[in-house]
Design a protein around this ligand. Structure first.
Ligand code: NAD
Length: 428
């Protein structure tokens, strides 16, 4: 993993600077938008199952709330850093703006590895996180959600802690809750499906029939599973997926040239999205080094694992057949890799747009929670399709009209909408 080599916050700021230059943004707006407005750093003491106290480091960053309450996930990761959380909070501001949701951007994290924590210890981390930021989050100020290695159960523990302290019900405090406990139908599928709705629209522009396309996907977690599901429903073939192996502490790619079987791989995956390689080999998958996922001879690459996965060291290894990259993960491409992709004329759907389906249905969940009335799954997924399609068309039209690539267009639209909101409020 290249997490330490590239600083995602520097990437986010470089992307912002470029958008600000294109917009000829004034210095005041740059100074405000280039950094988060608020940051919370805290310690979460937890009595572990062995009776000892262990202190975990937690963060919440609120980048901007001019367009509405801050919104963004909480990640559990052993290498979590404040700069990763800062970058992700900034990207959330841009993402909610591109999707045209009445929300701002935030992100949180805890430096921990849930693989090595019992459910009780994880519950204590969740409850401790809420106690530390209680006064600074809430349904009308900052609404957390799940992200890497956090799930519906973690969200429910957090909600329960918030409501227990407040003494009232606030189902709109957090999203990603279980269905039946304030969660929205379709939230689990939303990010992955959204990625493929964007791919569908991009293929239309490229005049390519999805039924004739192949894809390789990095990651086998929440985003990639549903992206694969919808892509297969569209008639596409996924030939390779890669994921992290917790035991070997490395990644592997699993290839079947005539197409992977999603259900089969799901049946041999752990709850964190790792595929058990011995079982995959028994099912006749080729087990390859993880890095080979991007070298496959396919039409579409979907990085849906971590940031910085397409970078200067490896971008030249992508196969010349690749015509489309859809960024399921946040920040999977470094700026130098971005330049290479541009030069090769590969159509790139940037993260802000490609994975906006998650926050879109999170917003739907919040709306449903606040009114305590819940929609059917078809209604949620229909509304998701409308939002994703119109966001894609807005970015693509803007790109064509202004001779920009898709990332530049998405960034310029997002920064411009956010700067307008700040200006309208009289902040700048
Ligand atoms: P997840 O924890 O469910 O899955 C992550 C997957 O990545 C797992 O399969 C894991 O094995 C794999 N992985 C980790 N390190 C790897 C490596 N070095 N090489 C190959 N595979 C590796 O996470 P997720 O929710 O699917 O999120 C994936 C990405 O999408 C993250 O960047 C996240 O920020 C972003 N994202 C998620 C959502 C959401 O709704 N879940 C929304 C927007 C963006």
């Amino acid at each position: 993993m290249n997490r330490s080599v590239y600083n995602p916050f520097q990437t986010a700021q470089a992307q912002f600077d470029h958008a600000a230059d294109l917009l000829e943004l004034d210095q005041g707006a740059r100074d405000l938008l280039r950094n988060p407005m608020k940051e919370f750093h805290f310690s979460i003491p937890v009595r572990m199952d062995n009776g000892r106290i262990k202190v975990f480091r937690g963060f919440r960053v609120q980048h901007n709330h001019a367009r509405g309450p801050a919104k963004g996930g909480i990640r559990f990761h052993p290498q979590e850093t404040i700069d990763t959380v800062r970058a992700l909070s900034m990207w959330m501001t841009w993402k909610t703006a591109v999707a045209d949701l009445p929300l701002g951007g935030g992100k949180g994290g805890v430096v921990c590895d849930p693989h090595n924590l019992s459910p009780r210890e994880q519950e204590q981390i969740c409850r401790g996180w809420v106690r530390q930021v209680l006064k600074n989050v809430g349904p009308y100020s900052d609404i957390p959600a799940p992200d890497i290695m956090t799930n519906t159960q973690h969200m429910l523990w957090m909600l329960d802690e918030y409501e227990a302290i407040q003494g009232e019900h606030f189902p709109g405090f957090i999203t990603g809750k279980p269905v039946g406990m304030g969660g929205s139908q379709g939230r689990t599928e939303a990010t992955g499906y959204g990625v493929m709705i964007a791919v569908r629209e991009a293929l239309k522009e490229l005049s390519v029939n999805p039924e004739n396309t192949t894809a390789s996907v990095q990651g086998f977690g929440n985003v990639s599973r549903y992206a694969i599901e919808l892509f297969q429903q569209m008639g596409g073939t996924v030939t390779c997926v890669s994921c992290w192996d917790q035991i070997d502490q490395t990644s592997y790619a699993f290839r079947k040239k005539d197409g992977i079987n999603l259900d089969e791989l799901l049946s041999i995956a752990d709850p964190f999205g790792g595929i058990i390689k011995e079982k995959a080999a028994d099912l006749n998958y080729e087990v390859l080094p993880g890095s080979t996922w991007m070298e496959q001879e396919v039409d579409i690459l979907v990085p849906a694992a971590l940031e910085n996965q397409l970078n200067a060291d490896n971008i030249k290894n992508i196969n010349s057949r690749v015509k489309l990259i859809a960024e399921g993960a946040n920040g999977p491409t470094t700026p130098d890799a971005d330049q290479f992709i541009n030069k090769k004329n590969i159509f790139l759907i940037p993260d802000l747009l490609a994975n906006a389906g998650g926050v879109t249905v999170s917003y739907f969940e919040q709306v449903q929670s606040n009114m305590n009335y819940f929609w059917e799954k078809e209604e949620v997924l229909g509304k998701l399709d409308v939002k994703m399609t119109s966001a894609f068309i807005a970015v693509s039209d803007f790109a064509k009209a202004n001779k920009l690539n898709m990332r530049e267009a998405a960034n310029v639209i997002a920064v411009s909408r956010t700067a307008d909101a700040c200006r309208n409020r009289g902040w700048i």
